[in-house]
Design a protein around this ligand. Structure first.
Ligand SMILES: Cc1cc2nc3c(=O)[nH]c(=O)nc-3n(C[C@H](O)[C@H](O)[C@H](O)COP(=O)(O)OP(=O)(O)OC[C@H]3O[C@@H](n4cnc5c(N)ncnc54)[C@H](O)[C@@H]3O)c2cc1C
Length: 324
């Protein structure tokens, strides 16, 4: 039984979330005595394709069509459906991000396949095909049995640590019969978010809320993030007030992240905020109000003024780095 994984490249390069999805697909294939096939789309150099072998890719089908360099849900869906038809894959895996969330339901609808969006476990195949996901804004878990012949899963990023191995994959050119109508939407311009660490991929995140009082105070958070090599995030009112860009907004209506460490500074911990961050592995809350609801979700809490606590924390990180 084959497992097909969609590997989207960003300017010809695979991000960590793709490595994780390939590893996830490869491990599922092992569990069901199948093989994993990766579908790579767009202009990607052969050595970049081979990087996927280190995460378990055995065979890579490459559609080297430059029109796929920019994400296009219709054309990507068509390519996936063609690859499923060609390989007879019974499981399709993609990432639970903007692209995966657009492609997976289209693929599932076309194939009459059951789908789990935002998986956070490997399927339990001992009695069915049961996949765990978060529901009710992270308040509960659902264990969903996919009973259809073909199964579709989007994998929540940062769910599993990736382990780089060795290996070589077979790369095969794959042609999809696109027509012009598949490319009815054209990307006119791409504005890349600058910043050292992309939020969705970050293992460490420093996040600020309205308690920071204004954008002029973000320097202390930037210094801490800089020392830690962390990405910056914020609560919704902060983005809505244009203190920070919208791509940093996390929560129910913003990004969902699962970093190893989430440091929340001056954020009350409303349920809508927690929905995007409560799967973080360790949560540190800095808030001057001991009754702030976020403390209930915290692993570590500091009661104090952000403008005093954060610079001291940054200093401590600096000293720690200097002595190690
Ligand atoms: C449909 C819907 C969707 C929403 N989606 C989201 C979402 O995706 N993400 C999101 O974040 N919110 C979302 N919200 C808003 C959410 O309900 C909260 O209003 C919001 O998260 C509060 O942001 P905050 O914690 O930054 O601000 P506040 O609630 O104002 O909290 C500020 C905190 O800072 C603390 N503080 C103040 N001064 C200091 C200081 N000097 N030092 C340390 N701490 C200090 C205060 O004690 C307080 O706890 C949504 C709301 C709705 C209705």
């Amino acid at each position: 039984m084959s497992v097909l994984v969609l590997a989207e490249a960003t300017q010809g390069v695979f991000k960590k979330k793709i490595h994780e999805a390939v590893q996830y697909g490869a491990n599922i294939a092992k569990n069901i005595n199948g093989n994993v096939i990766v579908l790579a789309l767009g202009t990607i150099a052969p050595d970049q394709l081979q990087t996927l072998a280190a995460f378990g890719a055995q065979k890579i089908m490459h559609v080297a069509d430059a029109r796929l360099d920019a994400f296009n849900s219709k054309a990507y869906t068509k390519a996936v459906l063609a690859a499923v038809a060609q390989t007879g894959a019974k499981v399709f895996i993609t990432t639970h991000d903007v692209s995966g969330k657009a492609v997976a339901p289209r693929v599932a609808a076309a194939l009459q396949a059951g789908m789990v969006a935002g998986a956070i476990s490997y399927p339990d195949v001992t009695n069915g095909f049961i996949v765990k996901k978060s529901v009710f804004a992270g308040k509960a878990f659902a264990h969903v049995n996919i009973t259809s012949n073909i199964k579709v899963i989007t994998l929540t990023g940062n769910t599993f640590p990736i382990v780089k191995g060795e290996g070589t994959a077979t790369v095969e050119a794959f042609t999809v019969a696109f027509d012009d109508s598949d490319f009815g939407i054209k990307v006119m311009e791409v504005n890349k978010v600058s910043g050292a660490v992309p939020l969705g991929e970050a293992e460490l995140v420093v996040s600020g809320g309205r308690g920071m009082k204004g954008p002029e105070n973000w320097g202390v958070l930037e210094s801490l993030a800089g020392e830690l090599g962390a990405a910056l995030a914020c609560s919704r009112p902060v983005a809505d007030s244009h203190w920070r860009p919208h791509h940093e907004h996390v929560g129910q209506t913003g990004g969902t992240i699962r970093p190893n460490l989430y440091i929340a500074v001056g954020i009350s911990g409303a349920i809508q905020h927690l929905a995007g961050v409560n799967a973080s592995k360790t949560i540190v809350v800095i808030n001057k109000d001991p009754e702030a609801p976020f403390f209930k979700a915290a692993d570590y809490g500091v009661i104090g003024d952000a403008m005093e606590v954060v610079p001291r924390l940054t200093e401590a990180v600096k000293q720690f780095k200097a002595s190690h």
